[in-house]
Design a binder for this molecule. Structure first.
Ligand code: GAF
Length: 390
């Protein structure tokens, strides 16, 4: 997709010429999964696949929104005077939600607009199409209405849309990875303090291959909230037992081993153990990558998947088939699910020379085991949201 084709698409949808074109990426997470709502570290990067938006100002108070990905929904419409949640909004809930949450901070719009959106992120694939669109809208409105807010405000606003407006208890990783994305870098983010560090992703002759299960992520939201509640309960029991910590991310593995008996429930111990060890593993993985110890980095990536399978139980047959088949291929440093799990995508770090065979072999096994195709993309690690010029 380029500037001109997007302008043409806007014209086809609305019948006149749009003003400006913007882009917001998606994200993959290299390691540090289900740690962001447990006060732990995450290590994601923005990718070049994402969501494009064409904006045009209107003189009245209408917002009209059209998605090329959901063309069957037609043009969705609401008024700038009513930003309350409306169950009939379809995907326009993200537009209204971003405006609702920004308005709470005093950042409003004084006229309506038309918005055309077209994403090349596979839908519901765990590459964060929701956060991508939240940051797209935030950045468009920030520029068009001169709000003058910084990227971190838009990141936090995106998370507020999920937590407050839509009722999904997600952490801040996705919005942060997208809003703060930097080409060829991953960002190590401590979700306790929001301190972060850019780390070059130097993989020698290897690339990151994204493997999409193409599995519809049913029940993901309720399972996600359930995992979060389980971790909160485990933490509450540890705190009640007299251990002075604010989050599971504050615990070392050794401290956790000493405190685990306080949790006194097999399932809750498994959930908390994942959160604690994955957090430590993320720091070790960042160190290994920085020191160029790619074999070690790959093994930690594999261990992350195992922990998400056995302790956190968020992988499922499709993601396990992709990761386990990837591990058996030549030229593979590591592979794991990425994102919330239960479907969506996995990533593999693969030697460039092996990529074609890798895709064919893993694709064949997946089709045979699961009954439908997986999709594969080589990831380009990209910058955060930006305006596209003609
Ligand atoms: C989803 C959430 F949105 C993130 O906040 C994070 O918790 C992730 O699942 C799991 O690591 O993408």
């Amino acid at each position: 997709m380029n500037y001109q084709s997007l302008m043409d698409e806007f014209n086809a949808a609305f019948g006149y010429k749009g003003d400006r074109v913007y882009f917001s990426p998606g994200r993959i997470n290299l390691i540090g999964e289900h740690t962001d709502y447990n006060g732990g570290n995450v290590f994601p990067c923005a990718i070049s696949m994402g969501t494009y938006g064409v904006y045009a100002a209107r003189e009245d108070g209408k917002v009209r929104a059209y998605s090329a990905n959901l063309a069957d929904k037609g043009i969705l419409e609401f008024s700038i005077d009513n930003l309350d949640y409306d169950a009939n909004d379809s995907w326009a809930k993200f537009v209204r939600g971003v405006m609702y949450e920004m308005a709470k901070q005093g950042h409003t719009v004084d006229h309506g607009f038309d918005l055309f959106v077209h994403g090349d992120l596979p839908d519901a694939s765990g590459l964060s199409s929701s956060a991508s669109i939240e940051l797209l809208i935030g950045n468009i409105l920030n520029a068009e209405f001169n709000w003058g807010v910084d990227q971190l405000t838009l990141v936090k606003n995106g998370q507020a849309v999920e937590n407050d407006y839509l009722g999904l208890n997600t952490g801040i990783m996705d919005q942060f990875a997208i809003g703060m994305g930097k080409k060829d870098h991953a960002v190590l983010l401590d979700t306790n303090t929001l301190k972060y560090e850019y780390v070059p992703v130097e993989l020698d002759d290897n690339v990151v291959v994204i493997m999409n299960t193409n599995k519809r992520r049913e029940l993901t939201d309720s399972k996600y909230n359930e995992r979060r509640a389980e971790c909160e309960e485990a933490l509450a029991r540890i705190q009640k037992g007299g251990v002075d910590v604010k989050t599971l991310g504050d615990l070392s593995q050794e401290d956790f081993d000493k405190a685990a008996y306080l949790v006194n429930d097999g399932t809750l111990i498994k959930r908390a153990r994942h959160a604690v060890i994955e957090n430590q593993r993320t720091l070790r993985a960042k160190k290994a990558l920085t020191e160029g110890k790619l074999d070690e980095f790959g093994k930690l990536v594999n261990a992350s998947h195992e922990s998400l399978h056995f302790d956190y139980e968020v992988t499922g047959k499709e993601l396990d088939t992709l990761a386990e088949t990837a591990w058996a291929q030549p030229g593979v440093l590591g592979a794991r699910m990425t994102g919330a799990g239960f479907g969506g995508c996995a990533i593999a770090i693969v030697n460039k020379a092996n990529v074609d065979d890798f895709i064919k072999n893993v694709g064949d096994v997946y089709k045979k085991e699961i009954g439908y195709e997986a999709s594969f993309y080589v990831a380009n690690i990209a910058d955060g949201p930006k305006e596209l010029k003609a």
